[in-house]
Design a protein around this ligand. Structure first.
Ligand SMILES: [Zn+2]
Length: 135
């Protein structure tokens, strides 16, 4: 057996280990326990998950194998600040570049979850936190 001494990188927030530094750096930026990824919304009483119907563009295959587009109403389950009346996009999904299609975004007002908020009202319960952080 060969013993190899190597450097291991540990996330400061969740203590996950990485062999490669750039993976650890990337992870820390997106780590759900990193304070920069935890806006006040997550424990605010005004944050609610709501179903909203939006017009989505869908691909339709034709008989001749051509693709065309059609519109359908679809229900999306989104987070909403009921005080400010805007939809809230989780910071992590924003950082990952997971954006709604432009035609969906144009139908609603959506902001990235703010780290500080003037209408924050602490309710001491983390609202569906694991799913929220995943985005
Ligand atoms: Zn971590």
């Amino acid at each position: 057996m060969k013993e190899i001494k190597t450097t291991i990188y540990e996330c400061e927030y969740c203590r996950k280990y990485y062999k490669r530094k750039h993976f650890a750096v990337k992870h820390e930026d997106l780590c759900p326990l990193n304070p920069i990824n935890n806006p006040r919304c997550y424990s605010c009483e005004y944050l609610k998950k709501v179903d909203v119907n939006l017009i989505a563009e869908i691909e339709v295959s034709g008989y001749d194998y051509g693709i065309s587009y059609d519109e359908r109403e679809r229900t999306y389950s989104l987070f909403k600040c009921t005080k400010k009346d805007v939809f809230i996009k989780p910071i992590i999904s924003h950082k990952k570049g997971k954006d709604f299609e432009p035609n969906l975004i144009s139908q609603i007002e959506m902001i990235v979850a703010p780290l500080e908020c003037d209408v924050f009202n602490d309710c001491f319960k983390m609202y569906d936190l694991p799913n929220f952080l995943k985005g």
